[in-house]
Unconditional design. Structure first.
Length: 104
């Protein structure tokens, strides 16, 4: 009976309609989801910050190693080092002037 003057909405014992309760629950669910999403974003931000710090530290270590290797290459290719290595390891000696042959 559509025109009897009574409200067609169901009410709970406290006087809140079931539609309002549904909207409230929906709003609560959206709020909780937004809260969890915000928390997840914060955790990801912190984790990314730690990863960046670790990568920067590793980069510094690699740059130090690169500099050390440059120094080592310079030391190993120095004429004095090569001369000493030729004499001790391969029994080579510096030729005397009369042993040198100039090719025209």
């Amino acid at each position: 009976m559509a025109g009897n003057g009574k409200n067609d909405r169901k009410t709970t014992s406290s006087g809140i309609t079931s539609g309002a309760t549904g909207y409230f629950l929906l709003l609560l669910i959206v709020f909780i989801c937004a809260f969890f999403f915000r928390t997840w974003c914060g955790v990801q931000c912190i984790r990314t910050g730690y990863e960046i710090s670790e990568a920067e530290q590793r980069q510094e270590e690699l740059l130090d190693m690169k500099e050390n290797l440059k120094v080592e290459v310079a030391r190993l290719t120095a004429p004095e080092t090569l001369s000493r290595l030729a004499e001790t390891r391969f029994d080579l000696i510096t030729p005397k002037p009369e042993q040198i042959v100039v090719i025209p």
